[in-house]
Ligand binder design. Structure first.
Ligand SMILES: Nc1ncnc2c1ncn2[C@@H]1O[C@H](COP(=O)(O)OP(=O)(O)O)[C@@H](O)[C@H]1O
Ligand SMILES: [Mg+2]
Length: 301
């Protein structure tokens, strides 16, 4: 199962190659293509070594050549993957990278092994890559892919922070172990996405658990999820414990849009539970519960 060891995934890459990738990453927001002179001066290796690295990295498509006079290079998603995995391994957050296990609308998920403990999942953000949606550019003068890489890094950092805070208050989100670049390492949830589950033994309890996550997010952290639906809930096999995933777009409650967004999140859940499992919960009652204005019609104080 763990045939894809890191040293196979990172084929023949040497410290010099990572130095080059690191410089390209550092200058990601500043140049469309980082000029070769800039790379050479920052890497502190001989021009010959730099060129050898760049040729190797080009061949595996971790970097792409272009720009003025065709004398620059930029990172690709693969280049950023290699950097992130290398850093996560260096920090001993993961020891092995496993096979891919899923694709989302903005991400690819791989299995990984932690230094100790259970299996983990690594979510590599792929903003702009998978759904090819029009993405608002962070910086105008950059290629689309460079803009996507920057946005993917921001998304990973946001998701890491949200999960780190949330896991202090609820067990119904994946535990998070670390993050690097555009990659987040989190608990591997062995289960099924909620939208695929025809039969759920205690749907009302599951809905209640999900609303309880929104409640701690709102009351303890002052955030709302922002993209909640049956597609961002995983129910674990056997125990039927639900988990809310996919947090990077969360909003703070001082954002004027949060009211509408929270209402939509809660409504998506309630609507699904009613249609699929016949569970009746009133939207306003659920909202009051989430905001801490009531204990919920399901609980006694
Ligand atoms: N921690 C995890 N454990 C197991 N599978 C996961 C985990 N996180 C995500 N997945 C799988 O990957 C898919 C995409 O993840 P998600 O966080 O929703 O990203 P996206 O933004 O791409 O929708 C999920 O629908 C789920 O099937
Ligand atoms: Mg999702």
């Amino acid at each position: 199962m763990w045939s894809l060891m890191l040293h196979n995934i990172l084929p023949s890459l040497e410290p010099a190659d990572f130095k080059v990738l690191k410089v390209l990453d550092r200058y990601l927001g500043r140049f469309e293509y980082v000029p070769i002179e800039v790379i050479e001066s920052r890497v502190r290796l001989s021009p010959k070594k730099v060129m050898k690295s760049l040729m190797k990295l080009s061949e595996i498509k971790a970097v792409i050549k272009g720009g003025a006079g065709n004398r620059g290079y930029r990172l690709t998603y693969l280049g950023l993957d290699l950097l992130a995995v290398n850093l996560l391994a260096k920090k001993e957050i993961i020891t092995h990278l496993g096979p891919p296990i899923g694709v989302g609308k903005e991400s690819e998920i791989y299995l990984a092994k932690l230094r100790e403990g259970p299996e983990a999942a690594i979510k590599f953000y792929r903003i702009g890559r998978i759904s090819f949606q029009k993405v608002v550019r962070v910086r105008d003068y950059l290629t689309d892919e460079a803009n996507w890489l920057i946005r993917s890094k921001t998304a990973a950092e946001r998701e890491y922070k949200a999960l780190k805070d949330l896991m202090r208050f609820t067990r119904h989100v994946p535990k998070v172990f670390g993050w690097s670049k555009h990659a987040v390492v989190m608990e591997y949830l062995q289960g099924v996405e909620l939208h695929k589950l025809r039969d759920l033994p205690k749907p009302r309890e599951v809905l209640m658990d999900l609303l309880s996550v929104l409640r701690v997010a709102y009351k303890q952290l002052g955030i709302v999820h922002g993209d909640l639906s049956e597609y961002n809930v995983i129910v674990s096999e056997g125990s039927w414990e639900p988990y809310i995933i996919d947090w990077p777009q969360y909003l703070y409650i001082h954002d004027p849009r949060h009211e509408d967004v929270l209402r939509r999140d809660v409504w998506n859940l309630i609507k699904f539970f009613k249609r699929r499992y016949g569970v009746n919960v009133e939207l306003d009652a659920a909202l009051r519960y989430v905001k801490g204005e009531s204990y919920g019609e399901w609980e006694t104080p």
